[in-house]
Design a protein around this ligand. Sequence first.
Ligand code: ATP
Length: 202
Amino acid sequence: MKKPLLIGVTGGIGSGKTTVCRIFEALGIPVYSADERAKWLVDHDAILKSDVTRLLGSEAYDEAGRYNRSWVAAQVFAKPDLLLQLNALIHPRVHADTELWARGYADKPYVIKEAALLRAAGEDGNNLDKLVVVQSPLELRIHRIHQRDPHRSAQEIKNIISRQISDEERIEMADYVVYNNDTQLLIPQVLRLHEAFCQTGL
Ligand code: ATP
């Protein structure tokens, strides 16, 4: 069955992933928000629910079957191994879900998977054909996040950034970089990518 190319869009917190994806959407390109979808799957995917329950115990879900997010966060906090195991359950389900979703868009030249953390295309058996990294200067990211989420302090934002992979590591994995700063316009950069992805040779 024909399947569109799958293009990953990633970047650090506040780099402008969602903004870039909105431009792709305006061009008619479907966007899969992996982080939001992962949350939905943890709540609704029967296979994942039973795997998570096996890993963490029945308290992972309440009596109505809803995911007990804060309880789980407390369990995996400061237990990186357990967090890795939990992520190892979630990732294959998101992978399978993305494949199914992408197959629904056989008429499109490409579709987009957006996530805060994506690996280089093809790494660890992921299903990406190319990876786009959105890059933005640290101070600008802190400023934009602070404006978007006034409840977050500059220190809290810096803490999140320090837990994410570095800009250098991200750029290393990128097939394409979109620069979201005060000097380069976003729309022409996204239009150039759109043209490249529409010509199947990339
Ligand atoms: P998160 O990792 O928190 O999901 P993100 O990488 O998706 O963030 P966005 O939500 O797209 O980033 O951008 C962060 C904030 O900065 C938003 O309020 C957005 O409107 C604003 N912003 C992003 N890019 C630009 C730009 N080029 N010009 C003006 N504002 C921008």
